[in-house]
Design a protein around this ligand. Structure first.
Ligand code: ADP
Ligand code: MG
Length: 677
């Protein structure tokens, strides 16, 4: 049986089985599913195309019987000549005396080894009697260590395939194999280990890529469904006519992407399940507008709403934009740490007796003294800035409220599908019309003075600028020193009438707020800042973003910073000062100057950095796939996701016999079990 311990395979002893356990390869099945991580393709090329010292494969006729010489302790050397394209090539083979008997004059032989162009000689690492199977030899390379070598592994896998191959059962329904032209599991397994040609290998890999993605998606979506049905929510019977009317009062029409996201959110509200949705969209794409409509819908259903944001400044800004959008349609309150004493008492009383419909606030929202009459809908902005506990506290302020998370950090679709597989995701991927594109330039460090002159010119037109300081890794202290120096440098550079502000992480919160307020009021014209500080505020009059040492930042971060400008009517500029050393750095700068679309940037960032690094840390909830490559096999991921969705939604695991093996597999899956306990 495939579940037999691996020691049952011919050629595997107790000791070797122990070595294999580390991988972990415990059963025959584990062994058969231990696929090569790459393949060396040895192609037979004309002698003239072979590169000196490369590993090459040639095919020729043995001219005379090999000569065997011994040297050192039990060392041997076998040499013979073969004729390739009428040219005599010398072949040398070390320590394989036994091959002398097999190789005879007149035979055709295929040799792989290191090529010496000058001596027309090949040092053979592998040989095969007879002609090459095809014009290329594909060599599987496994990830191995210690006593488990590629050679040994290949040998025992061969035995395992021979002895157990017939037991490999199909997991996927036949109709998928046919639709996507995938080999069955047995043939696919055989090909993964012993590929005979590239095309067969390609299809085998396609098969396992799809299988991996499908299984993963099935697990995530099953989890989502189970969680969803296990959590009580409430069906909010909002008034669609009123909601429509509310939208029509906006001074603009919603973009198609806004409308689509809104519809998804509204349908969550209406459903009896609890909403668990992430709304993604670039800064300025109109998330707040969508949130406002959804909040209004909840109000028409007799509920209260809450919007929690990470900083006071953001709370104030959201409060202002919501008040403007709502007008007379709701009573909105702002609740932050600065609301204290009697004022706070009055406010919390008004929230409790439902005089207030919507509360915008910071952490102050989740303090004990805040109770709602009936909180039905809670929104968390910049959700990654809050801990699980904080999000839960907000949720606990109501009776099964719907919760929407918002983020302005675009996450590549592939990652969103995998990392947030158990969440619903809505995306606003277009900007409202008429928005001016931010012009982005990349310059070298020695042009800094010109950059300062440019800022001066724009200031004279009444505009403002941010200057982001170089970042010194691992040293908060040096970082601040840098900011202080740069601040001073700029103060000296500009005439006294121009005020240069300084912002960094060590400033007390109230000072930070004060400086931001001054900047927002144009009392400060140039704001020097470290990135430690989120300049997460809307100052529409700021039109220039200068980023020092831009090559040190990831694309997403650069994009976030750039998003601080371009919020008003005027043309905005982003100037990247960078002297990147490597190609990747240069590529990043180029991409920044070419696109302002956050999703496109995030996809590019993912390509440059790889999925593991994308969130900055390794354990980011992104699974590691064995065969599949999230970036490269993106289309397969999409397909698998669609299929998984259909399987779960139409309950195929239960109703359709073709899905029985999948059902069985999932029932035995350790990951799912651990999540459901
Ligand atoms: P976000 O929250 O995604 O940063 P906002 O909802 O605050 O974006 O919108 C940014 C600005 O664009 C606001 O001034 C808002 O009034 C405006 N806006 C939002 N949606 C549209 C739209 N569809 N057409 C024109 N302007 C819009
Ligand atoms: Mg609901």
């Amino acid at each position: 049986m495939l579940s037999d311990p691996v020691v049952k395979v011919k050629g595997v002893g107790e000791k070797f089985a122990e070595d294999l356990a580390i991988f972990p390869i415990l059963t025959v099945n584990d062994l058969l599913n231990y696929f090569p991580y790459r393949y060396d393709v040895m192609e037979i090329k004309p002698l003239s195309e072979l590169i000196h010292e490369d590993k090459v494969t040639i095919e020729g006729r043995v001219v005379h019987d090999p000569a065997l010489t011994f040297f050192g302790k039990r060392k041997s050397r076998l040499s013979f000549t073969i004729e390739v394209e009428n040219i005599a090539v010398k072949a040398v083979m070390f320590n394989r005396a036994f091959a002398k008997k097999q190789i005879q004059a007149g035979d055709t032989i295929t040799l792989t080894g290191k090529w010496d162009m000058h001596r027309l000689q090949i040092t053979v690492s592998k040989y095969k009697l007879g002609p090459a199977d095809t014009q290329s030899e594909i060599q599987p390379i496994y990830s191995v260590k210690g006593d488990v070598t590629n050679y040994k592994l290949r040998k025992i896998i061969k035995h395992a395939v021979e002895e157990y191959g017939d037991e490999i059962v199909e997991l996927l329904p036949q109709r998928y194999l046919e639709a996507y032209k995938l080999p069955n599991r047995k043939d696919g397994t055989q090909t993964m280990h012993f590929p005979t040609n590239r095309i067969a290998l390609k299809h085998a890999r396609r098969r396992f890529t799809y299988e991996e993605f499908l299984l993963f998606q099935l697990k995530m979506q099953l989890l989502r469904k189970i969680k969803r049905e296990a959590t009580t929510g409430n069906a909010q019977h909002y008034d669609p006519a009123k909601v429509q009317h509310f939208i029509e009062l906006f001074p603009f029409a919603l973009t198609a992407a806004q409308q689509k996201s809104l519809n998804q959110i509204l349908s969550d509200l209406k459903s009896p399940y609890r909403m668990n949705r992430l709304l993604q969209g670039d800064v300025g794409s109109g998330k707040t507008a969508v949130a406002a409509v959804a909040l209004y819908a909840a109000i028409t259903a007799g509920k209260q709403g809450a919007l929690m944001v990470p900083t006071e400044i953001l709370a104030e800004q959201h409060y202002q934009s919501l008040t403007a959008l709502f007008g007379e349609h709701a009573n909105i309150a702002l609740l932050t740490g600065s609301v204290k004493g009697k004022k706070r008492k009055m406010l919390t009383a008004a929230i409790k007796n439902h005089d207030i419909h919507i509360v915008v606030g910071t952490h102050a929202l989740i303090q004990d003294d805040v109770t709602f009459d009936d909180l039905g809908f809670a929104i968390v902005d910049e959700q990654h800035r809050f801990g699980v506990e904080q999000r839960r506290s907000l949720r606990d302020k109501g009776l099964h409220p719907d919760v929407l998370f918002m983020t302005a950090t675009p996450i590549p679709r592939t990652l969103a599908i995998t990392a947030f597989g158990d969440m619903d995701v809505s995306v606003i991927d277009e900007m409202p019309m008429g928005r001016k594109e931010i012009e982005t330039f990349w310059t070298r460090e020695n042009t800094f003075e010109r950059v300062l002159r440019f800022i001066e010119k724009q200031i004279s037109l009444g505009e403002q600028a941010y200057v982001i300081c170089p970042l010194i890794e691992e040293s908060d202290k040096l970082d601040i020193q840098n900011a202080v120096d740069l601040h001073q440098q700029l103060q000296e550079f500009y005439p006294p009438g121009t005020k240069v502000g300084l912002m960094h992480g060590r400033l007390p919160a109230n000072e930070k707020d004060e400086i931001m307020k001054q900047f927002a009021a144009n009392e400060i014209q140039v704001l020097v800042s470290t990135t430690v500080v989120e300049v997460g505020v809307n100052v529409p009059n700021a039109t220039i973003m200068v980023i020092y040492d831009a090559e040190r930042f990831g694309l997403s971060q650069l994009h976030q910073l750039r998003g601080r400008v371009g919020r008003g009517e005027k043309q905005s500029y982003c100037i990247l000062i960078a002297d990147p050393k490597g190609e990747v750095g240069k590529e990043r700068m180029r991409i920044m100057t070419e696109t302002t679309n956050g999703f496109e940037l995030s996809e590019q960032d993912l390509k440059l950095r790889g999925p593991g690094d994308f969130f900055g840390k390794k354990q980011s909830g992104i699974p590691e796939f064995k065969v599949a490559d999230m970036i490269h096999d993106y289309r397969a991921l999409e397909t698998a996701r669609k299929d998984a969705q259909e399987i779960i939604e139409t309950n195929k695991l239960e109703n359709d016999a073709a899905f029985y093996p999948l059902k069985q597999y999932l029932e035995n899956d350790a990951f799912l079990k651990s999540k459901l306990d």
